[in-house]
Design a protein around this ligand. Sequence first.
Ligand SMILES: NC(=O)c1ccc[n+]([C@@H]2O[C@H](COP(=O)([O-])OP(=O)(O)OC[C@H]3O[C@@H](n4cnc5c(N)ncnc54)[C@H](OP(=O)(O)O)[C@@H]3O)[C@@H](O)[C@H]2O)c1
Length: 267
Amino acid sequence: MVETIPSFGLGTFRVEAAKTAKAVESALQIGYRHIDTAQYYNNEAAVGQGVRDSGIARDDIWVTTKVWWERLQRDALIASLKDSHAKLDIGTIDLALVHWPSPKGAVPIAETLAALQEAQKLGLIRHYGVSNFTAPLLEEALKAPGGREIVTNQIEVSPFLANRSLVDATQRLGVTVTAYMPLGEGRAHKDSTIRSIADKHGATPAQVTFAWLLARKIVVLSASTNAEHQQVNWDAQKLKLDAEDIAKIDTLDEGRRNANPSFAPKW
Ligand SMILES: NC(=O)c1ccc[n+]([C@@H]2O[C@H](COP(=O)([O-])OP(=O)(O)OC[C@H]3O[C@@H](n4cnc5c(N)ncnc54)[C@H](OP(=O)(O)O)[C@@H]3O)[C@@H](O)[C@H]2O)c1
């Protein structure tokens, strides 16, 4: 059984179901042991298929899914996780996240946390956590019954959105940060600063970006359906940046957020 969230995972957002099983299977063959999906991505069944097809022991793999913000009331949340559990068809789900906080606190976080604990007792999930929570929302959640069990806050972090105050607050509260959209919607590949650091190390811009996140003790999610890209990304874990590289990447922060839908909290 994987007991803590593995530091490098495969994302599956915007990966069509038809390509997902193969992408998951090839990532697992490379060595990935952490796969991230969501009810919202409509590909949970294919994620489960990829896990089963890989031939790798189920207990060696960590699978995360998410509950959409419209399903955070007790009954809706349990129904959502029963659905995810059936679609994934891999036994107990390792981690379930609240995908976005309930807009304007319409559903109290205490109700959602109680439902997540119930889902644990039902054997649907092993752990729970949150995503897209601001520092005040995370603090409120941590104070509610069961809040201390929150294992991660999954948020957008890239060189162009270092998200420093939220990352620092989350880590200070003892919660692991998981980064999504780490490449800034493809911008990292073209950035001249990141490219020059990549050249210096004989690495790629994606690898430099992931190494910068790992140096900040942030769990990385990278998505790719291309096995070569998956291998390159995985190998980023071997790259060690020096203090000068990190300082240069730190200057790229523009506070530029890609994921900011109408139902997002006030950042
Ligand atoms: N909690 C949330 O609200 C939330 C929001 C967004 C995302 N997420 C999660 O975070 C994951 C990561 O975010 P993301 O999907 O935006 O990931 P990303 O890794 O920043 O971007 C994925 C894109 O980058 C390309 N790519 C990846 N590695 C590459 C490489 N080495 N060289 C060239 N292109 C490369 C992929 O194309 P190819 O397939 O061609 O390689 C794909 O188009 C998602 O998949 C999802 O699981 C969560």
